[in-house]
Design a binder for this molecule. Structure first.
Ligand SMILES: [Zn+2]
Length: 395
């Protein structure tokens, strides 16, 4: 079925916005984009590609509203672990929370996820909803024993569990919860199976202190949880150099948060082809501080965004995440929008189909209502968009 959409603005992302533009779609694919072409039937909307949420934990959706914002990362982890180790709700309740979270995100303009999972419960919901995604199987283990086995079991589990349009990935959780041996074993499995990887890195001051000294709030938390390993010795360096020494700083690695990384560490991420995934609202929720977004972009690294989970964000609304990013940075709106679309799609290996309005890509396009007097459409779109302004175009 052929559709021609005319709009006050079309944002192809791979080139500047087009005033009085048009997009032609045929059987779910984009077959043309152009303008300016003033026309009587133009809608007062901006057409842009669906947004990519490059970091969620859909499995944690049942926790929505149960972990309050915390003053420190350690306090937040303890609250979260107490909930997860306590009495989680029945599986059908957890499943419904995932279904609802996906539907909510979709209604607010998200087309694809980079999702982190332990049980991989979200695999079926993502596939059933037809959401193209990477489901990163998260592995945790601070004790060095059995690292190789844990990684090979993990890769088998995720490959067997996901089905199109969901793809498998691997995620060592973080430097304070994954032993050096497990980091290396996961990287080897990811390389052998050509899987993408994601890691939480440089999220909090406490993590930086822990790697530098082996002490502090995170060490105390690990001991409190019974997860401490006497085999572990502090590397006495920053998180990026630590992963570099382990040999796991690979091209395409999604480095989530990076909130507490210095410009020299960010430059190394750029040099290695790593992708920074920023979640500004989550950073604030867990007491990690605001991300240095200007430094992220200045480093030359690819930067994209995610909401993180409903345990540390009020919703999975990527427009709200963009508004939070805008509030803490002076990065041009055009770059923020590119990050939330094309860069996110590339980071997840979905850019053949998603991320920009280009001939041949999937016509998963948003029409966002904009006021007639909005003279800077890009700035308007990163200023916060309400749910009732967002519509998916018929493809
Ligand atoms: Zn996360």
């Amino acid at each position: 079925m052929f559709h021609l959409h005319r709009a006050a603005w079309v944002l192809p992302i791979d080139r500047p916005p087009i005033r009085d533009g048009w997009v032609a779609c045929d059987r779910g694919r984009i077959v043309g984009v152009g303008g300016p072409e003033p026309h009587d039937g133009i809608d007062q909307v901006a057409i842009l590609p669906g947004l990519i949420n490059a970091h969620t934990h859909l499995e944690l959706s049942w926790i929505a509203g149960k972990v309050p914002p915390c003053a420190s990362m350690g306090a937040w982890i303890r609250e979260l672990m107490a909930l997860r180790r306590g009495a989680p709700p029945p599986e059908d309740v957890q499943r419904q929370a995932i279904v609802d979270a996906i539907a909510h995100a979709r209604a607010r303009g998200t087309v694809a996820f980079g999702d982190i999972g332990n049980s991989l419960m979200a695999a079926d919901m993502l596939a059933d909803a037809g959401v193209p995604s990477v489901l990163f199987h998260e592995l945790i283990g601070f004790h060095p024993a059995g690292a190789r086995e844990r990684a090979s079991d993990g890769v088998r589990f995720v490959i067997g569990r996901v089905r199109p349009p969901v793809r498998p990935g691997l995620a060592p959780h973080a430097p304070y919860s994954v032993s050096p041996d497990l980091f290396r074993a996961i990287a080897d499995e990811a390389a052998a199976h050509h899987l993408r990887s994601s890691v939480h890195l440089g999220e909090s001051r406490a993590e930086v202190d822990f790697l530098m000294t082996g002490r502090g709030e995170i060490a105390d938390t690990l001991k409190h949880l019974g997860a401490w390993s006497d085999d572990w010795a502090a590397p006495c360096t920053d998180p990026v150099e630590y992963l570099n020494r382990l040999g796991v700083l690979t091209s395409g690695l999604l480095v989530v948060h990076a909130t507490q990384l210095q410009p020299s560490a960010l430059a190394r991420l750029a040099d290695r082809g790593c992708v920074i995934v920023s979640c500004p609202r989550s950073n604030r929720w867990v007491g990690a501080g605001d991300p240095p977004l200007d430094d992220f972009y200045a480093s030359g690294a690819a930067v994209t965004f995610g909401t993180d989970s409903l345990a540390s964000a009020p919703d999975l609304d990527m427009f709200a995440e963009l508004a939070a990013a805008r509030a803490v940075s002076s990065v041009p709106a055009r770059q923020l929008l590119e990050s939330a679309t094309l860069t996110g799609a590339r980071a997840l290996g979905l850019d053949a189909d998603l991320g920009s309005i280009a001939v041949g890509k999937r016509a998963d396009l948003l029409a966002v209502g904009i006021p007639a007097d909005a003279d800077d459409v890009e700035e308007y779109l990163v200023g916060g968009v309400a749910a009732d302004q967002i519509q998916w175009l018929t493809a």
